[in-house]
Design a protein around this ligand. Structure first.
Ligand SMILES: Cc1cc2nc3c(=O)[nH]c(=O)nc-3n(C[C@H](O)[C@H](O)[C@H](O)COP(=O)(O)OP(=O)(O)OC[C@H]3O[C@@H](n4cnc5c(N)ncnc54)[C@H](O)[C@@H]3O)c2cc1C
Length: 305
């Protein structure tokens, strides 16, 4: 039964949908529905939604869903959909301000246009700024958090807090509170500090980086990037390829022929269960063969059918 009821809310300016399909909000284009999905109009509207949502309702956040598998049984409670193509980007006091719903490639191009260096790597991360903060996303030698001056979050009770990197312990694709507790709250914005650089050089580097991605990754079919983290001093893709798993299929999900650490939903008919079964199989075969237990980079949410 759906516990989130539109009549519980007053004064909202965003869009609330019940029993909302989440597949269109993930890059795998698979998975079930949310009991309720909310697209906030802005940060204050999100805070108003959270204040009025009964405290027992769970809250899940999705940006561009580019690192998330939603199981076929869907997600209970409310899912906040934060990707916002119209999200604010601005330069203030030598920092770049980005709302959490802005796509990372857009931030990379904005930074280049404003003569900043070192933001180019963000062009290769097809998620939102909020997702990049949550994951400490990175590639080609760059990572998100070393460039963060401060972040703003909205908490479950609808209050805002501002934090700095000193409030966190940051690692490879890992962000925890400084005292070791899991990260909490929903990022609503971040202020980035990038060194001054040459805009033309930054744009050229973005083009080069995207060219390399197109050459090495199956970007023309639904996927969620690297499924597994690279183990220390090795590459998950190499282990999977050496285990002879390239091209292996479960239902509509395949291990990509182009990049063995990608699972693709090329014909858009894979269920989340197909994808998860394939992930587990790959992990088991690689562990049996090499003793290396691959750790997930992709996050799995929701219920099985
Ligand atoms: C083709 C492809 C290539 C990729 N290459 C890279 C790469 O090179 N490097 C890399 O690091 N990643 C890569 N990824 C993975 C992915 O793009 C990143 O992890 C990205 O940061 C996820 O952002 P998102 O908005 O899609 O997050 P989602 O998948 O929507 O969410 C991921 C996690 O972040 C949380 N989250 C999202 N927004 C917020 C918020 N505002 N506040 C709090 N929590 C939030 C979610 O709850 C979830 O736990 C790739 C993915 C694809 C599809």
């Amino acid at each position: 039964m759906n516990m989130v009821e539109p009549r519980q809310f007053a004064g909202l300016r965003g869009k609330l949908a019940l029993d909302a399909p989440l597949a269109p909000h993930t890059t795998w284009r698979a998975g079930g529905h949310a009991d309720a999905a909310y697209v906030p109009a802005d940060r204050d509207d999100l805070a108003l939604f959270l204040r009025q949502l009964p405290i027992f309702e769970s809250v899940t956040v999705l940006g561009l869903g580019s690192n998330t598998l939603v199981r076929d049984g869907g997600v209970r409670g409310a899912v906040i959909l934060l990707h916002n193509p119209g999200g604010v980007l601005a330069v203030a006091d030598g920092l770049i301000y980005a709302e959490a719903g802005v796509a990372c490639p857009k931030l990379a191009r904005f930074a280049a246009r404003h003569g900043c260096a070192d933001a180019e790597f963000l062009a290769g991360v097809p998620g939102t700024v909020g997702g990049a903060l949550a994951m400490n996303a990175g590639c080609y030698g760059g990572e998100t958090w070393p460039h963060v001056a401060k972040v703003e979050l909205v908490m479950r009770d609808g209050t805002f807090v501002v934090r700095t990197p000193a409030d966190y312990t940051i690692g490879y694709r890992s962000v925890k509170r400084a005292d070791g507790r899991p990260a909490d709250g929903i990022y609503t914005a971040a202020w980035f500090r990038f060194p001054a650089g040459d805009g033309d050089a930054a744009r050229a580097r973005i083009r080069e980086l995207l060219g390399r991605r197109i050459a090495t990754q199956p970007l023309n079919v639904p996927n969620a990037g690297s499924v597994f983290r690279n183990p220390p001093h090795d590459h998950a893709a190499r282990l999977i390829e050496d285990a002879g798993l390239k091209g292996l299929a479960v239902g509509g999900a395949h291990v990509s022929e182009k990049h063995a650490n990608f699972i693709v939903n090329a014909e858009r008919r894979a269920s989340a269960s197909d994808i998860e079964t394939l992930i587990e199989h790959v992990r088991r075969v690689v562990a049996d063969r090499t003793g290396v237990v691959l750790e997930m980079e992709v996050q799995i949410i929701g219920d099985r059918l």
